[in-house]
Design a binder for this molecule. Structure first.
Ligand code: ASP
Length: 350
């Protein structure tokens, strides 16, 4: 099965997709309907004078990780466009679900936004008692980026190539450790794919985000991980970690010498992580319009575009920086991953 949804205006658009294709099928997100964008008549006057005070931008992972990096990059030009300060706040825990639950329960007044990634679509299937419904409890503001992942290891980890890694991991499955940012994190999903592709069951070492996980990898406390180029590119170029492959069908311009997983002989590990901005569902539509405009301005800001390219990330094209395109992708991804996760039997428990 090809898990990439074909999209209405132009066929499969792999940049948008968090894809985890596994052997005969795929691994990896759930439900709802109703609520969400356009659900209420907003009267049209709520945005008058908005914003007149500081806005909080919640990041669902630790500082220093890819989601944090992308949020801080767009927050500055968004703030300039909106004429108000945007304060980034990291709310860590449970693969990003603690933050999403918190934002779902804040006032829908446009003063709290959430940046989230593919995990917004996988959480309902992974967390049976999830405290929020992505499509009902949030409005989508727009898509932000798509980012490839890379498989990297501590500098002195024995295997030097992907083939070495497969052989080594298979022979040492009981002692090899891989880091991730918790259940529902992209790094955890990528790790599951790697386990499946290699036919092994490894010891996961969960962190609250890529920031601390990568610090420990560089420090040699864990063996390997799979995470976004946003944070691994610098470490790879500085020779602080060993890199085996990038998890997308094509190589990444920022790391031209790094083979793709397919080129390196690891079939079925194909992941692109997408990000989007959310607000609580009660947020007036005309406030969302202002936030969407600010996000669109940020994503065409030349400094942001250049920095994202340097980090191997691609800004969402203008057509996708809309509540509608974002909502459609979220729905598609929920529908895509729910059965795959079920089949994989992955769960965060009750
Ligand atoms: N990249 C992390 C993940 O695995 C989260 C983060 O720190 O941004 O999902």
């Amino acid at each position: 099965m090809d898990p990439r949804p074909a999209r209405s205006n132009g066929g499969p658009r792999s940049w948008l997709i968090g894809v985890v294709a596994v052997a005969a099928g795929s691994l990896l997100l759930a439900a709802c309907g109703g609520g969400g964008n356009g659900g209420e008549a907003d009267g049209g006057s709520e945005a008058e004078g908005y914003p007149d005070r500081e806005i909080t931008f919640v990041v669902p992972f630790a500082a220093g990780g890819p989601t944090d990096t992308v949020t801080r990059l767009v927050a500055e030009p968004m703030s300039a466009k909106l004429g108000q300060q945007i304060v980034v706040r990291n709310v860590e825990g449970a693969g990003g679900t603690v933050a999403a639950g918190e934002v779902a329960n804040t006032d829908g007044d446009g003063y709290t936004m959430l940046m989230h990634h593919i995990g917004m679509s996988t959480a309902p299937a992974l967390y049976p008692n999830l405290a929020y419904k992505p499509l009902e409890d949030f409005k989508t503001v727009g898509l932000v980026t798509t980012v490839p992942m890379t498989i990297v290891a501590r500098k002195d980890f024995e295997p030097n190539t992907m083939q070495d890694l497969v052989t080594y991991v298979k022979a040492n499955a009981d002692k090899v450790t891989y880091a991730n940012a918790g259940i529902g994190a992209a790094s955890q999903l990528c790790g599951l794919l790697i386990e499946k592709a290699m036919g092994v069951d490894l010891t996961e070492v969960p962190y609250d985000g890529t920031g601390p996980a990568l610090t420990d990898l560089v420090g040699g406390q864990v063996d390997f991980m799979c995470d976004q180029t946003t944070n691994t590119t610098g470490q790879i170029k500085a020779d602080k970690v060993k890199a085996y492959a990038v998890t997308t069908p094509e190589r990444v311009e920022a790391l031209p010498d790094l083979p793709t997983t397919a080129e390196a002989g690891l079939e079925g590990v194909d992941v692109g992580v997408w990000h989007g901005v959310y607000v609580p569902a009660e947020t007036p539509d005309d406030v969302v319009v202002k936030l969407t405009d600010a996000l669109a301005a940020a994503l065409t800001d030349q400094a942001v575009v250049a920095k994202l390219a340097e980090l191997g990330a691609t800004p969402a094209p203008a057509a996708d920086v809309t509540p509608e395109a974002h909502r459609q992708l979220l729905q598609e991804q929920i529908d895509l991953w729910a059965p795959i996760i079920k089949e994989a039997g992955v769960t965060a428990g009750g």
